[in-house]
Ligand binder design. Sequence first.
Ligand code: ATP
Ligand code: MG
Length: 388
Amino acid sequence: MDDATYGCPRSSSRPPSSATSSSSGGCSRGRWNDPRTASRRCPTDAGDGKKRILTGIRPTGPLHLGHYAGALENWVRLQGGHDCYFLIADYQVSDYAGDIARVREAVWTVALDWLAVGLDPERSAFVIESLVPEHAELALWLSWFLPLGMLQRNPTLKAEMEEFGRTSVPVAFFTYPVMQAANILLPRAHLVPVGEDQLPHVELTRELARRFNRQFREVFPEPEGLVGRVPRLVGIDGHAKMSKSRDNAIYLKDPPSVVTEKVRSMYTDPTRLRATDPGHIEGNPVFLYHEAFNPDRDEVADLKDRYRRGAVGDVEVKQKLAAALNALLDPIRERRAYFEARTGLVRDALAEGTSRARKAAGTTMALVRDALDLDYLERHRDDPSREA
Ligand code: ATP
Ligand code: MG
């Protein structure tokens, strides 16, 4: 076992530091750690008054800038002050169900990307959904309390069903919002940091929690959605959402030359034919990305001004964007390479996080079973009538 740490390293085998993770407290615990940091332990169980977070990603491929700005950046920031469960939702891949090898491979890919952006498994649990059987059990119970019409009206699900583009949609695709509700309610999470497209699912989860609590007893908090800095990042093709499924993404692991090439080919103002034509900033993906990822505000303001006046070419605007993106991604790529060479650490992060989630799941399911009065066989264990 490599003695490196995820979060507060001291030796030469430490992971390259992440700008994002170091800003969020820098304290961690665990057997890989410098014992001198042990006294600065971050308490992570619910007993310490911290609010709980559950959020997740589907293991369908590498993560991209949309995940980063819409979700991951927020997760890294929040892990310092919350009890976090980050879930790899490998039940919710029915659009890839025919390619299970891809799904298994993507579990590692997602975990690597998480470590690369600075999520710290010594503070936050990395959880594989299907290895916590209680998810399936709770999802089945919850599905009793969800009217069909609520799923049929869910705008995200409706849009995704249309994008699915096949005549035969698996039942599990239609019911994945129920699985998400079970994911969120199982650790009795208070907060769900997600991209904007997931808010209808959080709303549905709140409704399910209310119904369950009202009908039986108060078991679940009503979780709140929390949208990231960029609620919905457009794709490089100008499509409304950067998405793994549409392959219109810049991935966190893309090498610099690939990023530069993708930016060069980006959709921009289609009405502008020459560098001297006045251009449109609004809705222009290149400027939306500058706005989201270029920390040099003066440069962005200058480019916008010159673009509007027809005093700058697309080439320069794109070159500067590629440079800003590569500066953001360089430390992420460096950390990714570090953990890619230490898959034992990735494996342990997943195993330990999943085991922590199972403990929390056990506590919640005891409350659920009690509320549903499921121990009736136990209660009749000593029923003397069998002897009659
Ligand atoms: P797919 O398009 O294949 O469904 P995805 O890219 O949407 O994949 P998910 O696993 O469904 O990935 O989403 C993980 C999290 O990232 C969610 O909180 C989602 O809202 C957020 N997210 C994904 N894409 C974007 C985006 N383009 N902008 C902002 N947030 C995003
Ligand atoms: Mg999605």
